[in-house]
Write a protein that binds this ligand. Structure first.
Ligand code: FES
Length: 134
């Protein structure tokens, strides 16, 4: 694992409509396993964590990608039985993009049409007029 790993957050509170199933836990396990298989190409650069809710509740399951000095993404409608390969492909793409920014058409598979948010890296201007990106 690198000193400043990329982070993937998976909502563990999402439920499919009319169900008590919380697919986030299964998604975390499958994604961790797939990233281990993809290591060292991509897996060693990512940490996968569960998080309670990312305000995409009507589009279960939600998954976010975040890294220092990169855009942050929130994806919805992620199915642990179908979308692991797309998530791993995007992880590799995201890791390789300097600022993490890509358009919908550049993303793999289902992630072309399931972005709920793409947030640029934060620009912080200090009193000394230095610009920092986080
Ligand atoms: S419950 Fe998953 S985003 Fe809110």
């Amino acid at each position: 694992m690198s000193a400043d790993p990329h982070k993937i957050f998976v909502c563990t509170s999402c439920r499919y409509r009319g169900s008590n199933c919380q697919p986030g836990f299964e998604l975390i396990k499958k994604l961790q396993d797939a990233l281990k298989v993809a290591a060292p190409v991509v897996g060693d650069d990512f940490e996968v964590s569960g998080i309670a809710c990312m305000a995409g509740c009507s589009r279960p399951c939600t998954v976010a990608f975040r890294a220092s000095e990169k855009a942050t993404y929130l994806f919805g409608d992620i199915d642990p039985d179908v979308d692991i390969d797309d998530l791993v492909a995007f992880a590799q793409q995201y890791r390789d993009l300097e600022d993490g920014w890509c358009s919908s058409g550049e993303r793999p598979g289902k992630l072309r049409r399931t972005a709920l948010a793409r947030i640029p890296a934060a620009m912080i201007v200090t009193e000394a007029n230095e610009v920092m990106v986080s």
